[in-house]
Design a protein around this ligand. Sequence first.
Ligand SMILES: [Zn+2]
Length: 263
Amino acid sequence: MDALQITPVGIVHSSYNNPETIPMQSHTATIEILPAYVQGLLRIEAHSHLWILSWFHKARRDLLRTVPGRVNANAPEYGVFGLRAAGRPNPIGLSLVELIKVEKNILHVRGLDAVDGSPVVDIKPYFEHDIIFSPRAPYIMPQDKKIRYRILFKQAYNHHQEECRDLQLALRMAMVAEDEFGKLNSPELIVSVKGSGCLADTIQGLFRARLANPARFAYLESTKSAVNWTNGTKKLAVSLIRTPTREEMLDLDNTDFLKINRH
Ligand SMILES: [Zn+2]
């Protein structure tokens, strides 16, 4: 087959130059659309979310199998088509972003995984029917707690769409459950939440726990926050000893504010 020709339609402007240091919180960036393609933005502001296809211009193109080493150096090897790693024959990056605003040929976006200067090769809208709520996927537990937190944060924020206190609490509770059970989206793992709608919503999004097929999720509204997990005979219960604010929670160890019961 002949080589294909791709011309960039835009360029990423971001304060991050190194993919390792793109922060875990929902940082913003801009995409400058090149003059020849500006007409392609007509009515794009009708969308809250977009798929951005970028080009990892610094990535290796000779890889077909690799270990997802940035996530876990002890993970087994995978074919590159089963990974999101940058190195691949055509190093196209795929990011789901929130479109904050459009100013002429500039898109302001949140959540873009691309460094400053990356070429953008295409933009497509994100639709409701793009969601598979509970997909089957291999579980690769990140070795570094910060990367683990970053991945879970992104999942929580994509689902709940606000960085509220109970999103933070759900994240901390989910990390305790991940230590105990491993994969959060496991058909055998049953989740029961007492607390606010925000806590229940974020927990449901993190564990991908549906009400049925299979029934993995139960919720009771309450002023007290507690989550219970069951996997066969193994049980875990996490509740609050005290109620820190979102900012306080960032500096606290689990034992400072969570009551954890395993049996
Ligand atoms: Zn909330």
